[in-house]
Design a protein around this ligand. Structure first.
Ligand SMILES: Cc1cc2nc3c(=O)[nH]c(=O)nc-3n(C[C@H](O)[C@H](O)[C@H](O)COP(=O)(O)OP(=O)(O)OC[C@H]3O[C@@H](n4cnc5c(N)ncnc54)[C@H](O)[C@@H]3O)c2cc1C
Length: 460
């Protein structure tokens, strides 16, 4: 490609769901040339599944918040006319490891349903908390969703104080949110979780205002790749397997991106769609808008390990995914019997289970110094959940990501969509002020679409 063809109207750096949704929205302006840069050979690497023992270790059920303005990636797929083969995800369970009490979370349609759930396994004395708990939850359900979308920098702890919610009720709520958001601990949840990250998450993931879907064959191949094709069909350009070395900024005006291989692409507008830990490396001098958010993100510690295990026989006691907690609320692991939830991933009657562990530090896995050292500790927990697990294990693989996905649920400062101190620099990654409307994939998509919309305002 000659120098002329390396000039674009807009460049999006990072081809996860956020970057894909940003680029897919921008490309709908037919007169604009849009480049999407994917570090990996295929887009949405983080949505891919690992194959182990002949099974596809499915790890991602993209959230879709249809009641919050229609859903972000879903609407984009519709606009680009991209068919997605997906199924509704079924019920989620909560499981206390010590007592082995199983609670079906179900659809939490109103305050009383949630109160019933939270009080089901609480000691008898906690029943006295019902009126206060129901009143607090009623307020949570009354928040209009556009307002909820602004509450991603408001601490839940402050909101509860403002509404004079009594301490024991707060404890019950923090226990629940710590488990279902997989915060590293209840304390971590109290210190950081936002109103959106807790009450909004409850309403979208369990309260009927959104859902999670299972994409065939997995979220990368069945959602990311078709969206990429839709983007290209609309005239967008993808550079695959290419890492951006730096963003070239001259006198506070964005000029170009320089690739690791020396290639340069220039554009008057560049949008960054990478997660918080990767931002600093792209910018020689950190614009002021990034300083506080990145300082906050640096204080958020999170280790995530996903393990897929193929078993010789059935060892599970529940038919769907479950948040396993320690009896007080701190999440120990999220487990999914993928052979039941997504049978196409396990051919010939194979049995596979996926498990995801989140902790603050590696050392929280009994002093582990590496992910490899943490795996036996994870397997010990899985053995407690599923007696016979170790003996039935035929094959196993694991993956650990550095991306801080929990940041979407946390109330710290976030990056604005427009980086005002540098002309032409934008942010559309999953750590922006716009990143709400569901957890994970949907938040990233929300950041991408709204980041593109902000940029397009200047194209009018
Ligand atoms: C194990 C696991 C399970 C999960 N389960 C769910 C789930 O069930 N439902 C759900 O909704 N969410 C889930 N999530 C979260 C969800 O995957 C993420 O929130 C979402 O994928 C984030 O998308 P993103 O585009 O913001 O970030 P990313 O996917 O991290 O994309 C950013 C991209 O930027 C690229 N990049 C960074 N630096 C450069 C550079 N210098 N040059 C070029 N490219 C660069 C990276 O390669 C990356 O592809 C899960 C996450 C994990 C790890």
């Amino acid at each position: 490609m000659g120098k002329m063809s390396d000039t674009f109207d807009a460049i999006v750096v990072g081809a996860g769901m956020a970057g894909l949704c940003c680029a897919g929205t921008l490309v709908q302006r037919k007169d604009k040339r849009v480049l999407l840069i994917s570090e990996t050979a295929e887009v949405c690497h983080n949505l891919s599944s690992q194959t182990v023992g002949g099974c596809r270790g499915l790890a991602q059920w993209p959230t879709w918040t249809y009641a919050w303005g229609g859903g972000w990636w879903f609407n984009l797929a519709r606009q680009l006319d991209v068919p997605i083969d997906m199924r509704m995800k079924g019920e989620t369970y909560s499981f206390a490891l010590g007592s082995r009490a199983v609670t079906t979370i179900g659809i939490l349609n109103c305050a009383t349903t949630v109160a019933d759930l939270l009080l089901r396994e609480a000691p008898p004395a906690a029943q006295a908390l019902r009126p206060g708990l129901t009143a607090a939850l009623q307020r949570a359900f009354e928040i209009p969703y556009p307002e909820m979308m602004t509450l991603n920098t408001t601490l839940l702890a402050d909101w509860l104080k403002q509404h004079e919610v009594e301490e024991p009720v707060c404890e019950l709520l923090f226990g629940f949110f710590s488990n279902v958001t997989m915060a590293a601990s209840i304390e971590e949840c109290k210190r950081n979780i936002s109103v959106y990250g807790s009450l909004g998450h409850m309403r979208t993931s369990f309260g009927g205002e959104g859902t999670q879907v299972i994409v065939k064959p997995d979220a990368q191949l069945g959602l990311g790749v078709p969206l990429r094709r839709g983007f290209e069909r609309a005239g967008g350009v993808v550079w695959s397997g290419k890492k951006v070395k730096r963003i070239i900024i001259e006198q506070d005006v964005v000029r170009a991106v320089e690739m690791e291989d020396g290639r340069i692409a220039d554009a008057p507008d560049i949008s960054l769609a990478v997660g918080a830990p990767r931002l600093r490396a792209l910018l020689e001098r950190l614009p002021e808008e990034f300083v506080q958010p990145l300082a906050y993100a640096q204080g958020v510690h999170q280790v995530e390990i996903g393990i897929t295990t193929v078993l010789s026989r059935q060892v599970d006691w529940i038919g769907h995914d479950a948040a396993i907690h320690d009896g007080k609320g701190s999440n120990l692991v999220w487990v999914v019997p993928i052979y039941k939830v997504a049978p196409w991933t396990c051919p010939d009657g194979k049995i596979a289970i996926w498990a995801d562990f989140v902790r603050r530090e590696l050392s929280d896995f009994e002093g582990a110094k590496s992910v490899e050292e943490a795996i036996p500790v994870c397997n010990q927990i899985l053995e407690q959940v599923y007696p016979g697990f170790k003996e039935a294990t035929v094959a196993q693989s694991f993956r650990s990501h550095r991306h801080l996905w929990q940041l979407q649920h946390y109330a710290g400062p976030k990056v604005p969509l427009r980086i005002g101190s540098v002309q032409g620099l934008w942010y559309s990654g999953d750590y922006s002020v716009a990143c709400v409307g569901g957890a994970g994939v949907e938040s990233a998509a929300c950041g991408g679409v709204r980041g593109a919309q902000a940029l397009m305002e200047t194209w009018r």
